[in-house]
Design a binder for this molecule. Structure first.
Ligand SMILES: Nc1nc2c(ncn2[C@@H]2O[C@H](COP(=O)(O)OP(=O)(O)OP(=O)(O)O)[C@@H](O)[C@H]2O)c(=O)[nH]1
Length: 314
């Protein structure tokens, strides 16, 4: 997994710093440069990497640290905090964002993203994931643009045994979404608590499709808009994600096809949308969706000389 590989290179940089006999400016710079190299190789935007270096240096002001301070631990914590902030909860709103099981009226989650980013697949995976955790999810196909999207979602929904709403004949995605969401929300028999809406793929250059997405979002007022991004798009993730964020209130990111060399583009999408990565798609199958865990970037402990330097808050 590429995000985990990036975690490995960050851990190695920290280990080098921990091994140093004296932690001085040179050791700190070497460590930060090594981490920056890993991030840049994973295609994280240069500006983000530079800002992260600046922030860490502000927190870890070696000349101001009195003797007796555990410099290694302070550096490690600063690196971990910065990465967590970049990835996990950049706006500090994760708690409010995540739908709550059993909540009424049903919460609506709308999926948006570029063409082929994996939205349709991820919608079903997301519904299936929650179903296995005891939720009552349902799916709506508001992708009238791609021929085959309806059948794809219908088949996936049947496989996942998740109820589904869509139409072969209606071509207006806003109408379908409104009807589907209303019907599923008011379904007294099934008591759905999560309605997942799949939308057409679009590109920021396609103004009309972006306007359609804005109208769709306005019409159904989703509780959460998820931006689905393919890990392989690398740096262009930043501008695309930013364009989506400017049209609809993106609240979270799901990264698909993680395993690609440019997986660090996820960091750029997070920075552009100020939204956390909540899940990672690790394959085409229904169960290949993992709740995102920031820890691979910086494992809980980095062992050296019998000491355990914990990255987690102690
Ligand atoms: N390996 C891998 N493949 C994925 C993942 N998610 C989706 N795919 C595959 O990517 C392809 C495109 O996925 P779709 O779900 O159809 O993409 P989409 O965003 O709905 O496409 P549009 O509606 O055209 O925008 C399919 O072949 C999926 O099986 C993932 O996490 N890992």
């Amino acid at each position: 997994m590429v995000l985990a590989e990036l975690g490995g290179s960050i851990t190695r940089a920290l280990q080098q710093m921990i091994k140093a006999t004296v932690v001085d400016e040179k050791v700190l710079n070497d460590c930060l440069n090594e981490i920056s190299r890993g991030l840049l190789q994973s295609d994280v935007q240069f500006n983000l990497v530079r800002d992260m270096q600046i922030n860490i240096k502000k927190i870890v002001n070696l000349s101001d640290l009195a003797a007796g301070h555990n410099k290694r631990k302070i550096i490690q914590q600063a690196v971990f905090d910065q990465l967590c902030q970049m990835l996990q909860d950049p706006a500090g709103k994760l708690d409010q964002l995540v739908p709550k099981k059993g909540k009424k009226p049903s919460q609506v989650v709308m999926f948006v993203g570029l063409q082929g980013s994996g939205k349709t697949t991820t919608c079903t995976k997301y519904a299936y994931y929650h179903k296995n955790k005891g939720w009552k999810p349902a799916l709506v196909c508001a992708d009238t643009f791609r021929a085959g999207a309806f059948d794809q979602l219908k088949q996936n929904a049947a496989k996942a045994k998740v109820p589904f709403y869509g139409s072969y004949t209606e071509m207006d995605p806003v109408k379908i979404a409104v009807e589907g969401v209303e019907r599923l929300k008011n379904d007294q028999n099934n008591n759905f608590d999560l309605v997942v809406v799949d939308t057409s793929g679009r590109h920021k250059q396609e103004a009309a499709l972006f306007e359609e997405m804005r109208q769709l979002s306005e019409a159904i007022s989703p509780d959460l808009v998820v931006f689905v991004m393919d890990a392989s798009i690398g740096q262009s993730a930043f501008h695309q994600a930013q364009a989506f964020k400017q049209s609809v209130t993106v609240g979270a990111v799901i990264v698909t096809r993680d395993g690609h060399a440019k997986g660090g583009g996820a960091l750029s999408a997070v920075a552009a949308t100020k939204s956390p990565v909540i899940f990672i798609g690790t394959g085409e199958h229904m169960d290949q969706l993992e709740a995102f865990d920031v820890k691979p970037f910086c494992p809980a402990s980095v062992r050296h000389g019998g000491l355990v330097w914990t990255c987690e808050q102690d």
